[in-house]
Ligand binder design. Structure first.
Ligand code: TXA
Ligand code: MG
Length: 325
């Protein structure tokens, strides 16, 4: 695989590869995505194969600007207000598929909705403009594993399955986009993420949270919201206020219990934005030989804490096979 520097030539090469049906990993402000032409069934099939992703789990179509979304979905007033406030940025909107939508049915797993996002990262923007087509892009990791926030994470997780990687440095938000379903009677939060619930509710009022919080047993509208996800190889223990000698500690704030084998602090000052940006890289760094278990200190459930705790609960959930990946 090749890791390309973020130059105009690299972006042009990556766009040409996408238009030819190839896959390209690229940075967004949330996490790195593994992109393919969303209108090309074969490219979309290659994304599922590269990730080992179940085909019932639909992909987000990425476009450069709101105007590019209008032919893909049936737009509505909620979408208009939210796009005006959050795009480009870490918010994904699920809307009814337009009759003539060019998005591959495989990308949407046969659903009658399409998830759309306009990322703000300059490299993602340049790539989408150069491609001129919607780009389907899940996080660029093996299905079920920890999401990548650096180009090296993509290589570690996907190897040769990510033939071309645009290196945009570390992702600033660090957790995936918020996924909001606007196709029904009420705006429904499907996945907490980089756009906070509080900020969204300021624009369109109360959200239906029953699909997203907390990780429950019920069947979910967002098929990606499986209980076990974002999982390191080692077991994860949440709500840690003390720590064992065989544990690695994922700390938060200034009051850290002593005695861990290794400690990484998400944010010594207790800043949730900093914690989100560090979350996946520090989980990876603690997931190493010699560490028996990863202990995680409590993190507040407000603002970005909702997304952080969602990812941590899934990292801690058993995958039901009795073995960790
Ligand atoms: O921040 C992000 O959203 C990143 C970057 C690369 O843009 N992408 C990402 O994609 O996280 P992925 O595939 O890892 O997660 C997409 C989520 C999944 O939970 C999926 O089930 C849900 O969005 N989703 C996609 N299309 C949907 C649809 N039509 N209806 C409901 N949920 C949908
Ligand atoms: Mg993912």
């Amino acid at each position: 695989m090749r890791i390309l520097p973020p130059t105009a030539e690299s972006v042009a090469e990556a766009a040409a590869s996408l238009l030819a049906g190839g896959l390209v990993a690229f940075p967004t402000e949330t996490v790195y995505g593994l992109g393919g032409d969303a209108t090309n069934d074969r490219a979309v099939a290659a994304i599922f194969a590269a990730k080992g992703r179940p085909e019932f789990n639909p992909l987000i179509a990425h476009v450069a600007a709101t105007a590019d979304a209008l032919s893909l979905v049936r737009w509505n007033d909620w979408a208009d207000r939210l796009a005006g406030r959050f795009w480009p940025g870490p918010l994904t909107l699920v809307l009814p598929r337009a009759d003539a939508s060019p998005v591959s049915l495989l990308a949407t797993a046969g659903l009658d909705t399409v998830a759309i996002r306009v990322p703000s990262h300059p490299i993602a923007q340049a790539l989408l403009r150069a491609t001129g087509r919607p780009v389907a892009a899940p996080s660029a990791n093996r299905s079920g594993a920890v999401s990548p926030t650096r180009a090296e994470h993509v290589t570690e997780s996907l190897g040769e399955n990510a033939p071309l990687i645009l290196d945009g440095g570390p992702c600033l938000v660090g957790v995936e986009s918020t996924v909001l379903d606007l196709s029904g009677n009420r705006p429904t939060l499907l996945r907490p993420g980089g756009a906070t619930r509080e900020a969204i509710e300021e624009v369109i009022g109360r959200l239906d949270l029953s699909e997203a919080i907390p990780a429950g047993e019920s069947a979910r509208k967002s098929p990606g919201q499986l209980a076990s996800h974002y999982a390191p190889n080692r077991p994860v223990r949440l709500g840690a206020r003390e720590v064992g000698a065989d544990e690695g500690l994922l700390a938060f704030g200034s009051d850290i219990p002593p005695g861990a084998m290794l400690t990484f602090n998400l944010s010594p000052s207790g800043d949730l934005g900093e914690a989100a940006a560090n979350l996946f890289a520090m989980l990876r760094a603690l997931d190493r030989p010699g560490i028996g278990r990863i202990a995680v200190m409590p993190i507040p459930e407000t603002g970005l804490g909702l997304a952080i705790n969602d990812r941590l609960r899934r990292a801690a959930a058993d995958d039901g096979t009795g073995s960790r990946r």
